[in-house]
Write a protein that binds this ligand. Sequence first.
Ligand code: GLN
Length: 536
Amino acid sequence: MNKTKYIFVTGGVASSLGKGIISASLAKLLQARGFNVTIQKLDPYLNIDPGTLNPYEHGECYVTEDGAETDLDLGHYERFLNLETSQANNITTGIIYQSVINKERHGDYLGKTVQIIPHITDEIKYRIKLLGKSKKLDFVITEIGGTVGDIESLPYIEALRQMKWEMGGDCLVVHLTLVPFLAATGELKTKPTQHSVKMLLEYGVQPDVLVCRTEHHIPEALRKKIALFCNVEYDSVMESIDTNTIYNVPILMQEEGLDKVVLKKLNITSSNNADLTKWKEFLYKLNHPSKEITIGLVGKYAELKDAYKSILESFIHAGVANDCKVNVEMVHSETINEQNYLEKLAGLSGILVAPGFGERGIEGKIITIKYARENNVPFFGICLGMQCAVIEFARNVLGYEDAHSTEIKSSTTHPVIDIMEDQKKIISKGGTMRLGAYPCNLSQKSKVQKIYKQDEIIERHRHRYEFNNNYISEFESKGMIPVGINTESELVEIIELKDHVWFIGTQFHPEYKSTVANPHPLFVSFVNAAINYNEK
Ligand code: GLN
């Protein structure tokens, strides 16, 4: 296509309706027709990025290859499309205002009053179009965070109104809304949808396609009613019914004709049909596993699944690769102690100790790791999880009772995990960790080298602390081996235990790179080890 088309996805009535999944599903369908697509998320909060938000506020902080700390929806985009996103794919109000204010100080608007319209909206439009221009894309799908009517998202809706006005047929709006079911009367109700479209109309935006999230099928008469009240064509009112897995949504949306309607409205002829053969194979395997195991995910946000989104999705991908249903049991690290650990952990076929920050739950993680190490239970430590494995080994094998990470106990006499040299002088908290992709060399004959079948890998990071290299030879002599090293900085990126069936800790986050098309080799191998453990 010679011109990039811009598709906006807005949401009405309630948050958490699944705009990210609808955006990713539409992108998947267009990609499967052979188009070049990317997805962008506009987040209406004032933080520059979610890196400074805690998981209770925002779920997991996803990290891109270029080191941006982003919304977790970018993880869905990558997992669905098997394409990398970047800093440009997640724009926040913080970024927009910072850039406009910097320009103002620089004198770029000399003599003018700087205003939301046009300066903020111009900056928003610039960030949307930049993505289309820089990568020669056929489609940029832009998801606007929040719900229509929020004060915070108004400038984004206004920017979208302007783009639609300026670009006419090259721009399209998909509005995701809720059609609630009233159990008392047994009815689906369309009024909230009508209201949310009215609200969009007040801002000057007529949606082209309505995707109606629902618990029950929407009958024809109700679709007609929605079409009539909302000025949307009948075939552009789609149902998005609850389903057992997010990976089913592209199939459901294809059945509803979402991609066909979008292409028709944008005047694009596409002779191909979306080829979802591989995707359907994945779904079939997901729904027909031949075995089942339970893996424990030990972390301090056990009650908050969104905090570990990418890890949970990686287990789904790795489960399919192993023809196995992986049940993930969330175990709260704060609740584990010397008295109850067996009761909590004994039924698990594998244990993953989660990434994280700060002191809460650390001792529970260390007790867990001791159990996994001593009992040959497959163990996977990610980032803080790897650091805890190093601390546990130092305390219980090397005999350094007060060994710790200086993040948690700065006065320890054995700082086996210590702050990275170039982090020492950093005071500012936002965007200052070691972030994004770094290469790592794998030792010959290590387990990880066999798993990756490669000598050099590239993985994504988000941390300030690292394995303290002063202790390398001591650890090595007792059987905990640094098997992945960044040769430039000499940072230890992976440790593994010599005499253990599967005990691997990574300083990086493999979960950010697992996709439906490319399940991560470490997760695939870990699940396989857990299956073997379970069979024994
Ligand atoms: N808190 C640790 C550090 O900063 C680990 C970070 C993480 O698990 N992402 O090094």
